[in-house]
Design a protein around this ligand. Sequence first.
Ligand code: NAP
Length: 295
Amino acid sequence: MKRVPFFQIPRETWVSGKKLLGKNLAAAVREEIRQRAEKLSQKPGLVTILVGEDPASMVYVASKEKAARAAGFDARVDRLLDSISETELLQKIQHYNEDSSVHGILVQLPLPSHMNSARVLQAIAVEKDADGFHHENMGRLLAGEDAVIACTPLGVMVMLRELGVDITGMHAVVLGRSNIVGKPMSVLLLEEGQCTVTTCHSRTRNLREHVSRADILVAAMGRRGVVDPEWIKEGAIVIDVGMHRTDEGLTGDLDLAAMESKVSFYTPVPGGVGPMTIAMLLYNTLRNAEKIQGA
Ligand code: NAP
């Protein structure tokens, strides 16, 4: 797993029975990142651009800022009115591209409907991309080159690597094909995990058949009730990326309680994949800073 960092966090600190406690792993990883950041001549600088006042985005941005500060980064949030034009936003990005104290630029999505998100994301300098959404980084990921990799799928790969189970040749099934989770997840499992990968989506026929052959199942659909717990293969590793705010709290795409007896490991929601995403955002920014500073 050349492009997946290995932090060597003791397994007993974050694997509890069958549960992969991403929250604990992420805390340990963030401490490693803090120590690496301390060694740099200049603090890693992360700028988050938030356009408008979407309540969920405001919560995400605040937690990213807090985590970045705790890791010793110079973390800034640039809050912009949603009446700002795309041209003005592109000028802002250009300004941060040229600012030598900035090593990571993140544009919080979704953007207001009058903006073209793809165009905005491509304006970020490739070497300052923190989310791994720049098309050049996505292309590099696919081509097997060094790349800034999307945080959520990278976080899942770090969990698998730290778990220490040899996944070579396993059949991995990814439910979802978005650019930010499903597709990079499939590429990582294929290229770094050396798995045989099946990617499923809303048009997939016989989902049951695919799921029942999964040694590793990654659910990233943003839909609940799609996978019947009966379908899960005995001993599978189940990763639930989904996030749903319900009256009972945060839940994933899967009925994990009903699957627990069958699986070998699974990520709970909350406290599984989610915290790893923020840890990987810090990792990407740290790596950018190390490269830019020649460390
Ligand atoms: P997205 O862009 O909506 O993509 C969802 C994918 O799931 C699509 O490819 C869709 O297929 C597929 N899908 C939908 N219904 C399906 C079904 N019945 N069977 C099989 N596939 C189906 O969502 P996303 O941005 O990738 O996010 C997915 C989930 O992960 C969401 O719940 C999101 O909140 C969560 N998430 C969590 C984190 C985290 O840090 N934990 C980070 C990012 C996202 P089509 O392409 O055919 O439409």
